[in-house]
Design a protein around this ligand. Structure first.
Ligand code: AMP
Ligand code: GLY
Length: 423
């Protein structure tokens, strides 16, 4: 089979390596991919948002199955376009991808169908939003409506910060048109858990849970990033909580999307907070998370391509989705300065990887025959072990052998999870 994967980061590298385990796969094209995955896929310089380019390539190359991984092409309707020319895909159509594309949509969906989430108000008028935060409980959370590269969320610890956030989103357009509408919501507390789930619109098969580390610096300090590391499973996510989430969140969400005529197929990502009043949804994503995928898929024992095809065919109920009873840790190695200004083009030295070790490359390119950095998050160093402590130690042994100028990583990935296990 000829497979096309849209996207070019660490998540896509992970998906590609897993898809390759199926002997039916002859070739995987990554559009655009990156220089660090050249041994695993044929990288084609077509951007992930260039839907015309993607469709033309798929047609010319008689693609059998496509995986659309990032949020932008999903929200833009890449799956719809590929389906139109008869290519089956993994991923939701645009009318379902809106669950991530618009926070106003997702909040209203949860309210309408009684799915637990933070209480909220929506504002299109800046003065009304400013008036509202004069009396709102502080801290409060301000979110731009549309996609904002994961940066459109501000936790305001004071009224002044709330006012500044509203002005920067609604007047200064810090996140472009994404900020024309804002959601202002209740501040929730509790451990956060990421749960990715396969769904064909009928049944839901959750993957192993994970824990992201979003802040740039040790001790969860510094700016929010796309994610500096992950562990799976998440020790806070017990079997009892998993059962509760299935009943109160996962099945109701899939049912709500069907009732709205927006059947969701693909990977639905539930960003959850385990509050003192039970699990609540912080956000939905319409795709695999990154770097969550880098710890979740290495634990998958079943065949990924078979599962992906089943989500498209509506046969997920009969398809095995089994995870190893082991632990994985991913340490992101970034270019110093990320998520703000950072340098690029540094030659990289990568260690050889053996069994249960992976390097998933996110930001790299080949320049004059040499692999050099080409992004903020450069790669994820991943290890799988029988215990969380061993997985963390092993992932750091791999990450510490990665060399390039100004390489930066957090030193405490997994520590919070280890502490939770001991309590
Ligand atoms: P999001 O982009 O929606 O995932 O938000 C980014 C991060 O902001 C989340 O991972 C949470 O840590 C935090 N966050 C978002 N919404 C809330 C909320 N209502 N209460 C507390 N923290 C939140
Ligand atoms: N790591 C968070 C995300 O992929 O949205």
């Amino acid at each position: 089979m000829k497979i096309l994967v849209v996207g070019g980061g660490g998540r896509e590298h992970t998906i590609i390596k897993k898809l390759k385990e199926n002997p039916e796969v002859e070739v995987i094209y990554a559009l655009p991919g990156n220089g660090g995955m050249k041994d695993d896929a044929v990288c084609v310089p077509v951007g992930a948002k260039d839907l015309d380019g993607i469709v033309a390539f798929a047609k010319e190359n008689a693609i059998d199955f496509a995986v659309v991984a990032p949020d932008d092409p999903l929200v833009l309707g890449c799956v719809d376009r590929l389906n139109e020319i008869g290519i089956p895909c993994f991923g939701p159509r645009a009318n379902a991808a809106i669950i991530e594309g618009s926070k106003v949509f997702s909040k209203n969906l949860m309210k309408k169908y009684g799915i637990p989430t933070a209480t909220y108000e929506v504002f299109e008028d800046m003065d009304a939003a400013l008036a509202y935060v004069q009396d709102a409980p502080i801290p409060t959370v301000i979110k731009a409506d549309g996609l904002a590269l994961g940066k459109g969320v501000i936790i305001a610890m004071t009224r002044k910060e709330a006012e500044d956030a509203i002005v920067s989103m609604m007047q200064d357009k810090a996140f472009g048109e994404s900020g024309s509408r804002v959601v202002i919501e209740e501040f929730l507390t509790g451990p956060e858990v990421s749960v990715l789930a396969f769904t064909d619109g009928k049944c839901v098969k959750p993957m192993v849970s994970s824990m992201d580390h979003k802040r740039a610096l040790d001790g969860d300090q510094g700016l929010n990033t796309g994610g500096m590391g992950t562990v799976a499973p998440n020790p806070y996510y017990t079997e009892e909580i998993a059962r509760e989430c299935m009943e109160t969140i996962f099945l109701p969400t899939v049912g709500a999307m069907n009732a709205e005529g927006r059947t969701f197929k693909g990977c639905l990502y539930f960003g959850l907070m385990l509050t003192p009043k039970g699990p609540k949804v912080i956000e939905y994503n319409c795709r695999f998370g990154d770097p969550e995928t880098q710890v979740v898929l290495p634990l998958l024992e079943s065949d990924l391509l078979t599962i992906m095809m089943a989500t498209a065919n509506g046969t997920l109920a009969e398809t095995e989705v089994k995870f190893a009873d082991r632990h994985a840790c991913c340490v992101v190695v970034a270019s110093g300065g990320y998520p703000q200004k950072y340098g690029s083009g540094y030659p990289m030295t990568l260690p050889e990887t053996g069994k249960d070790e992976y390097i998933f490359v996110a930001g790299a390119k080949v320049q004059d025959g040499v692999l050099v950095t080409a992004g903020g998050r450069v790669l994820g160093a991943v290890a799988v072990e029988d215990s969380l402590a061993d997985a963390v130690a092993h992932a750091y042994r791999i990450a510490d052998k990665v060399e390039f100028e100004n390489a930066y990583k957090r030193r405490d990935i997994g520590q919070r999870a280890l502490a939770a296990k001991q309590n």
